[in-house]
Design a protein around this ligand. Sequence first.
Ligand SMILES: [Zn+2]
Length: 183
Amino acid sequence: VIALKHFFLDKNELGMWELRNDAVFDRIPQDRYIELIDFAWNIGREAAEECRDRYQTNIPAELAKKLGLSLLELQSGSSFSEYRVFSEYYSNLKRIVIYNKTIMEEYNKLVSDGFTELKDFIAMRELFITHEIFHHLECHVIGLTSRKKKITTFQIGPFKISSGVRAMCEIGAHSFTKTLLGI
Ligand SMILES: [Zn+2]
């Protein structure tokens, strides 16, 4: 799920916003923030550049098709979640679901708040498709970004528990989306 207002922040602000919202944020040493953000950002950027080169398109729906993804557009909102869900990706089905009603409502709300970053609903819808394409690439091609770096979440003497940082997948998805769409 994209937090849309934050999506338009620059790399470090957006990256920090995602890290702060991660369940393990308190366990990430301060001096690793930039490293983790840069690492995830580069993965997203490189994946977008590679897609553009290989599939010769930066149109999200076209790219999804070329990657073997099905795109299901629903005019309703999601009925499974109490949160507002704009889009979802189902790894086993290789399917992206787009909730047009929820996206449209959010777009109208943003515009009435003076938001001008996206020219229309279609442009906003493309952000969500592109975001989910990155999660697809993570699941089936490049591996989860959150598994590529570990932080220590618990330690007593030599005994350590380490964990990935789930927010890094989101940072990678934002970077992928911005690079592919030239934002
Ligand atoms: Zn996501």
